[in-house]
Every structure is written in structure tokens, then in C-alpha cells.
Design a protein around this ligand. Structure first.
Ligand code: GDP
Ligand code: ZN
Length: 309
């Protein structure tokens, strides 16, 4: 029987678009009996999955799915307690940030980083629109970079408009699958086009809107890059949320807090007003940045509020 290894780049319901190991684009269907073990998901195969295809009656069929290195999920909008896997096997995430027009809040940044930590996806902060910064913007940006670099996050500066920093970005992305995230308006489409002029994420957004009207469920799409590697785009990144987090999990995903946790007096310490709390002590000493701590509190509160419903 003829077999092929391939990667899923798009799911459109019954049919999947895939790219084979040797770069061939093809379509395949799922075998009826294919089920995922251990996760109640509404989709057995996701964008980024590495699969084995077999040729049956002239159609490629998805047989086996390789174990996932990681994956990101969202709650199923229709079925309670079920997940939808948005994408799998992500090497890294780029969070595109702009200081103004539109301003990316640190609340948004930290929520993204915490989620990515939980999914074990290394994140890089990419500050776009360097050509448009005012002196004041620069100060704000420098402060953010100082904070995030200290914690261990890499920060890169680019202008998708002038091409500043794009060469370094391409070097970084070669051979990897990169998830691209950011508010609408930060320049994701422009950025994608700057690194590979064959890419036009906007076309994807438009077709997605159209598909939504037809009740199909396309949530993520992968684009092969001409220099090797892939970009994963998820329109509506807001839905990339904290699925089933417990409030006591959050501090584990703040790297600057995680290392301190064993030093708190109480092992169920929430780091809010408990005595002998290592996190509060570090905050007091300025070793944890005020705004990061505030964002931590906001996330804990949000989880509590959700539970009250
Ligand atoms: P998306 O919603 O994230 O896909 O953002 P777009 O790529 O559509 O960009 C939003 C706006 O920002 C457009 O008007 C772009 O021309 C502009 N833009 C994107 N990147 C840059 C940049 O590096 N510098 C400047 N000055 N404008 C940019
Ligand atoms: Zn504590």
C-alpha cells in the first residue's frame, strides 16, 4: 500500500489540506475509525499535525497521527466540556506588539505569555512599527524590553514597513513552525508579507469570515514559508484563552514567580496577603515588576469571577 508522511496545513471539515515531506500539496480525508485517546476533542486532527497517509481507492486517507509535541486548544463553542485543538507542534510563538496605534496592553501581553507557558510554547516578543515610534513611545518600549528580557523573554525590534530587523527574524524562523499572534492592527499581515512576499494572511481572514457564515469550523491555518518553516495564523486570537486553569496554577506560568514558590510559607499561598510570602517579598524588593504582579492579580480575579457563574 502506498504511504506518505505529511503535515496538516488546513482543515475544512471533511477534507484536510496537507503538505507532504517533499513539499507536495494534497488533500486527504479522515478514516472513519480514527479517534484520539486521552483528550475529549471535537477534532481528531489539527493544523500542524504530522500524519501518515495511505492511498485508498484513489483518495489519500489520514491513518496515523504522530504524538504531538504540544498543542493549543479552545473550548468547543457547541459542546460543553469538549475542546477544539487549534494547532499542534508549534516550535515558538511570536507575539507582535505595538506601543501605540494600537497600543498593546501589558495585560494582553501577560495573558498571552501565561497561556503560551501553560502550553509549553516558547514565546518571543516582536515589537513592530519601529519606524513610527515617538520619543515617548521609545521610553515605554525600553521599559517593557527591560522587564521582559530580565524574566528571560527574547525581545526583537522590527518594522514591517521599512524592513528593519526582518533579516534577523527570517534567520530565526528558518525550519521552525511559528505561531503568529497579536491584536488586530499590530501589523500581522504586513509582517507576514515582509518575511515572505508570497504570504497574504488577509486573504485567509476574508475567506474565514465567509466560511463562518457557512458554519464550517476553520480556526487556524498554516502557511509554508519559502525559506523553510511555517507560520500559523489564528484569526481571533482572543479565543486563545486560559482553558480550565485553576487560580493556583497562574503563578507557575510567571517565570519570575515560579522559582520563588517553594519559599512561600504556605504551599497553597496565592501571594495576595499571606504572611511570609516570597512573591510579596520579591515585589517589595522590586525583583518582581509592579505591572506584572498587577496582571497576575487580574488573571486570578478573572478566574474567580468565571467560577461564580
Ligand atoms: P493586522 O490586523 O495585524 O494584520 O495588521 P495589518 O498588517 O493590516 O496592519 C495594520 C496597519 O498598520 C496598516 O495600515 C499597516 O500599513 C500598518 N503597519 C504595519 N506594519 C507597520 C510598520 O512596521 N510601520 C508602520 N508605520 N505601519 C505599519
Ligand atoms: Zn506566596
Amino acid at each position: 500500500m502506498k504511504k506518505l508522511q505529511a503535515k496538516v496545513v488546513k482543515s475544512t471539515g471533511a477534507w484536510y489540506d496537507l503538505i507532504s515531506e517533499d513539499g507536495m500539496l494534497l488533500k486527504a480525508r479522515l478514516k472513519g475509525n480514527l479517534r484520539l485517546e486521552g483528550l475529549s476533542s471535537t477534532n481528531p486532527v489539527a493544523v500542524g499535525d504530522n500524519v501518515t497517509l495511505t492511498l485508498e481507492n484513489g483518495d489519500w486517507m489520514i491513518g496515523e497521527i504522530a504524538d504531538r509535541e504540544n498543542y493549543i486548544i479552545r473550548k468547543s463553542p457547541s459542546r460543553k466540556g469538549q475542546y477544539h485543538i487549534l494547532a499542534a507542534n508549534i516550535d515558538q510563538a511570536f507575539l507582535l506588539i505595538t506601543i501605540s496605534k494600537p497600543r498593546t496592553s501589558t495585560g494582553f501581553i501577560d495573558r498571552f505569555l501565561v497561556t503560551a507557558e501553560a502550553y509549553q510554547i516558547p514565546s518571543i516578543l516582536v515589537f513592530n512599527k519601529q519606524d513610527a515610534l515617538t520619543e515617548k513611545d521609545k521610553i515605554v518600549q525600553d521599559n517593557l524590553i527591560e522587564t521582559y528580557t530580565e524574566i528571560g523573554y527574547e525581545c526583537l525590534l522590527v518594522s514591517s514597513k521599512t524592513g528593519e530587523g526582518i533579516k534577523e527574524i527570517i534567520e530565526n524562523m528558518k525550519g521552525k513552525t511559528t505561531l503568529l499572534a497579536g491584536h488586530s492592527g499590530v501589523g500581522k499581515s504586513t509582517f507576514a508579507n515582509a518575511i515572505d512576499n508570497n504570504l497574504d494572511l488577509r486573504t485567509a481572514e476574508v475567506s474565514k469570515k465567509y466560511e463562518k457564515g457557512r458554519h464550517t469550523t476553520t480556526f487556524a491555518e498554516m502557511f509554508p514559508l519559502k525559506f523553510g518553516g511555517n507560520i500559523i495564523d489564528i484569526p481571533g486570537i482572543k479565543e486563545f484563552g486560559l482553558v480550565d486553569f485553576e487560580e493556583e496554577d497562574i503563578s507557575h506560568f510567571f517565570p519570575e514567580m515560579a522559582s520563588l514558590l517553594p519559599e512561600c510559607k504556605f504551599n497553597n499561598c496565592m501571594h495576595i496577603n499571606e504572611p511570609d510570602c516570597a512573591v510579596l517579598a520579591a515585589l517589595e524588593e522590586g525583583k518582581i515588576t509592579e505591572f506584572r504582579y498587577q496582571n497576575y492579580l487580574n488573571m486570578v480575579n478573572d478566574i474567580n469571577e468565571e467560577k461564580e457563574y
